[in-house]
Design a binder for this molecule. Structure first.
Ligand SMILES: NC(=O)c1ccc[n+]([C@@H]2O[C@H](COP(=O)([O-])OP(=O)(O)OC[C@H]3O[C@@H](n4cnc5c(N)ncnc54)[C@H](O)[C@@H]3O)[C@@H](O)[C@H]2O)c1
Length: 268
């Protein structure tokens, strides 16, 4: 039988410790604010030191509890350092957000091997290092935990120019599912979030092209792009008790983009 007591705190992250990577910009920054604003502690990670320090100063000046760790996620030694600093400060890690990714939008014939390596290094090797090193620490948490990787609608559907990025976004989903299979017995859940188009520096190239920008809004059922907050909310949710049976899956936060093809509206 259900009770008020059982349902209380369903959406709570109070006292939980999250490692939020890519926190100096866009979606990662939004997750850091969302986690802190709801009572969680934040280990904010990014390669951009100044922006990261500004974020943590801002958070702590508003009664949050956050630390900054500058790290390149594609370097395993600096990822191990994130885990060390998180444990030193907070004694545990409850949640990981594996956020950073880069994109080079070019047709395959124009893509260079240097660009291929650069995208793979951050998106795939970086996410792998986070799952391996921070995931290991979460697996030691007696309360279990939640790991969220930022995938994309591009893990499923593409357009010209998305080859390597889309490949990495499908790959991180499969890595998340695999880790979910490996850590389920430790009560660690691993999921992916699949955003649609979100207004961040990553999509500045699209925003700067009026036709491209408005086509993405017009072809979407909600007729607009997502805000960072609309992605941060579902990311936060996955760390709450309300998500305790959500595991090994992808949650699309795309305003209906992957549900509706949007190519033609019949005159009915
Ligand atoms: N913006 C979108 O429309 C959109 C859509 C679908 C999926 N996503 C995914 O969401 C995630 C976040 O995207 P965003 O739009 O917030 O991007 P963003 O470019 O605004 O932010 C990415 C952050 O990651 C950091 N970063 C990059 N390389 C790093 C490295 N090696 N080590 C540490 N930090 C590094 C950057 O400094 C930056 O602060 C990405 O995984 C992206 O693929 C974004």
């Amino acid at each position: 039988m259900s009770s008020m007591e059982e349902m209380r705190g369903l959406f709570d992250v109070k006292g939980k410790v999250a490692v939020v990577t890519g926190a100096a910009s866009g979606i990662g920054e939004g997750i850091a604010y969302a986690f802190a604003a709801n009572g969680g502690k934040v280990v904010a990670v990014d390669i951009k030191e100044d922006e990261l320090s500004r974020l943590v100063r801002n958070l702590n000046s508003q009664n949050a509890d956050a630390i900054a760790v500058k790290a390149d996620i594609s370097d395993p030694e600096s990822v191990k350092e994130i885990a060390r600093k998180a444990i030193e400060k907070y004694g545990k890690i409850d949640a990981l957000y594996a956020v950073p990714a880069i994109n080079v939008r070019k047709k395959i014939f124009d893509y260079t091997y240097e660009e291929f390596d650069r995208v793979i290094r951050v998106n795939l090797r970086g996410t792998f290092a986070l799952l391996k090193e921070i995931g290991l620490e979460i697996s030691r948490n007696p309360d279990g935990g939640s790991i969220v990787v930022l995938s994309s609608i591009r893990s499923q559907i593409v357009e010209p120019g998305q080859s390597v990025y889309a490949g990495t976004k499908a790959a991180v989903l499969q890595m998340a599912r695999t880790l979910a299979a490996e850590l389920g017995s430790k009560n660690v859940r691993v999921n992916a979030i699949g955003p649609g188009v979100v207004d961040t520096p990553l999509t500045a190239q699209i925003k700067n092209d009026k036709e491209w920008y408005s086509a993405y809004a017009d072809k979407s059922p909600l007729k607009r792009w997502a805000s960072v907050k609309e992605i941060a909310g579902p990311c936060l949710f996955l760390a709450t008790p309300a998500a305790s049976f959500i595991n090994g899956t992808i949650l699309f936060v795309d305003g209906g983009w992957t549900g509706i093809d949007g190519r033609y509206e019949p005159k009915l």
